[in-house]
Structure formats: structure tokens, C-alpha cells
Ligand binder design. Sequence first.
Ligand code: NFE
Ligand code: MG
Length: 496
Amino acid sequence: MKTAQKTISIDPLTRIEGHLKIETTLEKKKVVDAKSAGTLYRGFEQILVGRNPLDAVQITQRFCGVCPTPHAIASSQSLDNAFGIMPPNNGRLIRNIMQGANTIQSHVLNFYHLTSLDYFRGPDVPPFIPRYEADYRVAKNVQNDLLNHYIQAYEIRLKAHELCAIWSGKMPHMASIVPGGVTINPRLDNITTSLWRLKELKDFINNVYLPDVMTIAEVYGDYFQIGVGSKNLLSYGQFDLDSEPDVMKRQRLLPMGRITGGKLQTLNPDKITEDVSSSWYDSPSHVNPRKGETIPNPVKSEAYSWLKAPRYDGKVYEVGPLARMVVAYENGSNPKVVQLIDDALNTLKVGPEALYSVMGRHLARTLECKFVADELADMIMQIKLDAPVCVDHKIPDSAVGMGLWEAARGALGHWIEIKNGNIARYQAVVPTTWNASPKDDKGKPGAIEQALIGTTVDDTENPFAIARIVRSFDPCIACAVHLLEPGISVKKFRIT
Ligand code: NFE
Ligand code: MG
């Protein structure tokens, strides 16, 4: 006899960026299949074709208001690569500082404003209701503290935006980044005002954010076993330490690499492909982004998402702070990362394998936030007044370029092809395209889908375990599908 199946559809899943539909199939309360579906079509990659290559730095920032910084940097790096130039030290450092500020803003946003209400009961007034009735376990006094910190976190995010805007002119959507470096000449007051904003951010991270995440990780220790996923991790690395033109040889504060079978491996960008069998595209499948195409087909019957399915060597990989921190931990070149992770794992009395989980992702994100904040002062102090911030460029008639960087949510790649001095092809493969990808041509589920399969859902009216798993990846669908198409309706609307 066939086992009875039940479908849970959360559409859209709220408290994330953009519109994500999660559909799970349950047998005897266990998730046996999952579909992660991006329900927005955008089309930035086509908008870019035919334009001046310099426009890419500004247009790709409009993928998303949360992470314009990494898009500006990945785009500039693809142009640096295509033009055969590298930023001088000041340009490299100022790009790093802007990225650091954006990472801090994004991680604080993820924990307090997008995640924490999965773990503590907010007040019984909108916007905290309606909500799923979850197993809220924290004590009343901790709950009050978390609510105060939830409100304080708005101010902290503003300060992180300001730290970026000191260098970028404004946030979101930065004005000062160009191929060859940046356009802002540092003054002493840029440096001093950055340092005091950073001090306030560090105080919050050390005294509020990290302790709050440790408290939640202790109370919800079982979530170190839930939402495990593919256990394949990938990071391009972040924060350039030198001006080596070849990104594969460049030193980065957080190194490039992959984890598979528990072991650190090198990474070859030629092995990255995007499949489209489950995606509403007629583009060729299994193609490296350097040759990728974006041909939408909204009536493709077997498809269920606007996201393509990126794969490395044909395999599913998870990207994000967990990947960056585990790659750095296994690489061992930065003892501060190893120490931070070991200390947290010892305090929580769990081993490194527990990192592959819902709570492991939150812990990795928080530890990374602390690490980045701790390193930023050093980067700020390395800036030299009166030294150049940029080199000149000349737009070549034909060239190709690749920018590999890390956004807060994970590995970010921009690929450009220039013909007749204009953009002939532009492809972006962003963190959430990796994590929230649909099934590939072989039918293999994406990273979030894999993390959901096997999960037990006791109360199908309140499937909070599903929401907690998905939110631990900090998905951003606006980024992932890079204009809501008229005619596509958001069918079931359930506030979670
Ligand atoms: Ni819109 Fe973004 C990118 C994703 S990462 S948030 O690229 O995914 O912070
Ligand atoms: Mg793309």
C-alpha cells in the first residue's frame, strides 16, 4: 500500500529577502521531497547587454539593496580582469572596508530582524503577529532582552551603513567604486570617523550579538543536528591582501576553497556550470557562466523556479558564512579563525561536525561578523593619505573578465564578455542561486532542498522547523534571480 503523502506549501516564506516558495512533501511527518522556488523574474543579465561596460558596476548593484557592495566589487573585479588592471593598495583597502561594513550590517540584519523571531516570542502586536506557534523556549527575561536588542539592532545597522557610506558616498548603492579602484581620496576625518563607528559596532557584536547567539545555540542545541544539507561547501574567499592580477593566486584574508568529504580541496572556476532543467529558461544547460545565456520561458512545463541550478563539477554545494569559516578553519592559515571557532564549539560542548546544521550556520555567521569587525581597524589604519586610490583604464574592443568575490550570503561570481567596446554577455551566479537552487538535470535537489529532506514536522499547521532551516541560509531571492512579471500570481499567502 502506498504511504499517504501530505504537502506543505509556504508561499511566500516571509522574513527573508524577496519571494521564495517552499513546498515540501511529507510521509509520516518526515520530509521526503522539497522544492525551493524563486517566484520572481528579473532579467538584469539581458538589461546589461549592449551597454557600456562601466554601467555594469552601477546596474548590478540594483540586484539588491542588502548587498549592493559585493555586486559593485565583483563587477569591478570582472572589469579589472577584462581591462588588465589592478587597484593600488588604497583602492584595494577601501573596497575591503566597504565590504566589511556591508557584511556586518547584513549579518546583524539576518540574526535580529530575519531570524530571532523564530526562537523567541515577540509581543502580540503586528508586525510580530501573525506567526507560527513554535516551541519558543527562552526564559521571559531573555525574551525581553532579545526584544530590546532587536530594536537596538536597527541603529547598529544604520551605523554599519554609515561606515560604508563614509567611503562609498551613500548606502545602499555606492557611488565611489570603479574599475581600477575607487574614486574617494582618503582624508584624516574619513579614518577617524570610521574608527569610532567601528568601535560602536564591535561593542555591540561582542557584548550583545555574540552572547545572544550563544544563548539561542545553547537553548536550541538540537538544531545542531537539524538541516544538515549536502556537506559540500564552497568559498571564493574574501578581502584581498595583495594586488596579484590572477584571482586564483591572490592572497585573501578568508581563503578560497571547497570542502567535500570533510576535506579541504582547491577550486577551479571552469568546473562551475548552471543547469536549467527545473528552471523557466530555454538557455542551454550545464554551461559555464563565461558562456552562459539567459533566455526566459515562463511556460516551460517541467520547471518550477526562476533560479538556475549552479553546480561545481556536477555536484551540489552550499555557500555562505559557514563555507567561508569552515574553509578558513580547515586551511588553518589564520589562527584567529581557528581560535574563534574552537572557543565557541568548546563553550557549546559540540564538535566541528555540528557546524553543518541550522545552528551551525547561525554560529558561523556570528563568528565571522566578529572576525571581520576585529580585522577592519587594521585595514582602516593601513590607508595612506595622499597615495593613489585608482589606476586609469581603457575599455578594450574585445575582452572577457571574471570577478570572484564573497557576498554576505556566499560565493558571488560576475562574468563579462566585451565586444565592440560594449557588453556582449553578462552572467552573475550569486549566493542564493547556489543555496536555493532547484533540482538539476540529474534530478539532484539543491542545497536548501537537501537540508529540508529528512526533517520531521510534528505540527503541519505550524511547520516552524521548515522555516528555521530555510532562514538559516539567509536566502535573498532578489539577488538570486537578478520586476515582478505581470500575470504570475502569488497563490497561497501565508504569513510565517
Ligand atoms: Ni540580496 Fe545577495 C548577493 C544574495 S548576498 S543579499 O549576491 O544571495 O549578501
Ligand atoms: Mg545569473
